[in-house]
Design a protein around this ligand. Structure first.
Ligand code: 5GP
Length: 118
């Protein structure tokens, strides 16, 4: 594992070594509530495989990347925010203020979240 593919706290969450409010998991992705929610619903959906940023996504990851969206749709429905809408955000790198270098999709909603969040 190279320095840029160093594990983050999210790997520990996937392995259940540290607690998190996990709301979904399958063989490709895991989803859990953000520890610092910026909306009534704020869930992070992450690949089980350590992919640090969108810049590290390869063709082999296309099924997993698609799964992020289908799980976002599923969880939005489950959380009751499908009809009023929600935002999906993926930050990449320092200019986007990415904090955790394990690719993740933010699912945020539950009220009017304004023009930008995350
Ligand atoms: P980023 O800025 O990298 O796109 O977002 C990282 C997100 O991870 C932040 O919204 C932050 O609150 C969340 N986060 C960081 N550490 C933890 C943690 O240990 N547990 C959970 N559930 N969320 C975390």
């Amino acid at each position: 594992m190279t320095e840029e593919h160093k594990e983050t706290i999210f790997s520990s969450i996937i392995r259940k070594e540290i607690p998190a409010d996990i709301v979904y998991e399958d063989e490709l992705v895991t989803a859990f509530r953000d520890i610092n929610p910026r909306a009534p619903v704020h869930i992070l959906i992450i690949p089980n495989k350590l992919i640090p940023t969108v810049n590290d996504v390869t063709e082999d990851d296309e099924l997993t990347m698609g799964r992020l969206f289908s799980v976002a749709k599923l969880l939005a429905k489950k959380e009751g925010i499908s009809e009023n809408g929600y935002r999906l955000v993926v930050n990449c790198g320092s200019h986007a203020r990415q904090e955790v270098y394990h690719l993740h999709m933010h699912l945020v909603g539950g009220n009017d979240i304004g023009p930008m969040i995350c």
